[in-house]
Design a protein around this ligand. Structure first.
Ligand code: GDP
Ligand code: IMO
Ligand code: MG
Length: 421
């Protein structure tokens, strides 16, 4: 079976830390979508590492790591990421596998991302500017280049054809770009990628699963950034929900086992777009400071607010989450009261369903208020040691979402985790 771990909010729920912890129970960790827009933070022996495209199982000697076909790969960025890991894990390359069918991010995709954002002005998405949207557009537009193309003798020809297309589009944006400056590093990185283990990942995974290997599919971004179900158009360009695992790894739905859904004990968002429980006040500022809510990739400050159970119930439903994981519970230690949105007043009508368009509707969250807790969660070694008021908060979340919490994370460290079931 293939278990899945994904974010239930707008990303940055702490997926990297949790995958790094769970990886001891798995043989293979496989990324199924996204690309270097992701920033998954791990603390290993006190050293902070931010992973972008490489799966978060890389710090376990027994774990193989697959970059699946649903991922978009920036060769230069991937090479840099490997270079950063090599001193920490000299064997990283022997345990890293890349899908033939994964698409490439070209330097001109990044230029297109920036041009598109600039043209949108105040309505910009707040993209990470890593070229994600344009690379997926070329994939669905059937123009893209794939990892397998790097191995082809026609690679240069295919590249030139696509770049000419990009230059035309950039001209329509009124931009003349000196793209040649990016070519040497790009081709050098592609040459480097040729030396890595490129596999037909759907067969590769099938063989491993049939041999009884345990696989964990690692999501990037979060369900509210899903291209179909997120707060469109303020989303990323891939399917971040569990359905993305089947497309992104070539596995049948019947092979999906547990679905772990991660939520922070509160909520954050980076980039533009609706965020009903956002706090534009001192409480929001305090959440940002205490939670150190600054983007792992871009350094941008994250918008902060209370947990949104309406949105969470929606994303739990979409992915069929079987186990919840709550992270950053320690961040709420000094807050009193603590709130959770249990319904929306959308254009004056109370609902606990997510409206079709969060951008247009006038949404006011309805909150349930909880007292703060008197003992820091960060100091607790087991769930039983946590204060009753905290457990009441967790029970309420479980009941509302009709899903049990399996783990509670109470610090950045690998083992700062309270295991419930
Ligand atoms: P990801 O993209 O989902 O992997 O999450 P990020 O790494 O972008 O952001 C999560 C941030 O929260 C990182 O800085 C983590 O080190 C940190 N973090 C994860 N879990 C906890 C936790 O339980 N408590 C605290 N205080 N920080 C945490
Ligand atoms: P991880 O995996 C948080 C956001 C961007 C922007 C929107 C589109 O670390 O949770 P894109 O570059 O994908 O075109 O940007 O999505 N975004 C993320 N926000 N965490 C992420 O990844 C994100 N990846 C993209 O801020 O609003
Ligand atoms: Mg992140």
């Amino acid at each position: 079976m293939i278990d899945v771990l994904l974010g239930l909010q707008w990303g940055d729920e702490g997926k990297g830390k949790i995958v790094d912890y769970l990886a001891r129970q798995y043989d293979i960790i496989a990324r199924f979508q996204g690309g270097p827009n992701a920033g998954h933070t791990l603390y290993v022996d006190g050293v902070k590492v931010v992973l972008r495209t490489i799966p978060s199982g890389v710090f376990h000697d027994h774990c193989l790591n697959l970059i699946g076909n649903g991922v978009v790969i920036d060769p230069v960025s991937l090479q840099q990421e490997i270079a950063q890991l090599l001193p920490l894990r000299p064997d990283v390359l022997s345990r890293l596998f890349i899908a033939h069918r994964a698409h490439l991010i070209l330097p001109t995709h990044r230029a297109l991302d920036a041009a598109s954002e600039a043209a949108k002005g105040a309505e910009k998405i707040g993209s990470t500017l890593k070229g994600i949207g344009p690379a997926y557009m070329d994939k669905t537009g059937r123009n893209g280049l794939r990892i397998g193309d790097i191995l082809s003798k026609d690679f240069r020809k295919k590249y030139d054809k696509l770049v000419q297309k990009h230059i035309q589009i950039l001209r329509q944006y009124g931009q003349e770009i000196d793209w040649q400056q990016w070519e040497q590093p790009f081709f050098e990185a592609c040459e480097y990628l040729r030396s890595l283990q490129i596999v037909n990942s759907e067969y590769w995974l099938d063989k491993h699963v049939k041999a009884g290997k345990r696989v964990l599919a690692e999501g990037a971004q979060g369900s509210m950034l899903d291209i179909d179900y997120g707060t469109y158009p303020f989303v990323t360009s891939s399917n971040t929900i569990a359905a993305g695992v089947c497309n992104g790894l070539g596995v049948p739905p019947s092979r999906i086992g547990e679905v772990y859904g991660i939520t922070k004990a509160y909520c954050t968002r980076v980039g533009s777009g609706p965020f009903p429980t956002e706090l534009d006040d001192e409480v929001g500022e305090q959440l940002r400071k205490t939670g150190n809510e600054f983007g792992a990739v871009t350094g941008r400050s994250r918008r902060c607010g209370w947990i949104d159970l309406v949105a969470l119930r929606y994303t739990v439903m979409l992915s069929g989450v079987t186990k919840l994981i709550m992270t950053k519970a320690d961040v709420l230690d000094n807050f009193n009261p603590i709130k959770a949105a249990t319904a929306y007043l959308a254009d004056g009508h109370e609902t606990n369903e997510l409206p079709y368009d969060l951008c247009d509707a006038n949404i006011v969250p309805v909150y349930k208020t909880f007292p703060g807790w008197d003992k820091p969660i960060s100091s607790c070694a087991t769930y039983d040691e946590t204060p009753q008021v905290f457990r009441d908060y967790c029970s309420f979340v479980e009941t509302y979402l009709e899903t049990k919490i399996a783990y509670i994370s109470n610090g950045t460290g690998r083992d700062q985790l309270l295991i419930i079931s």
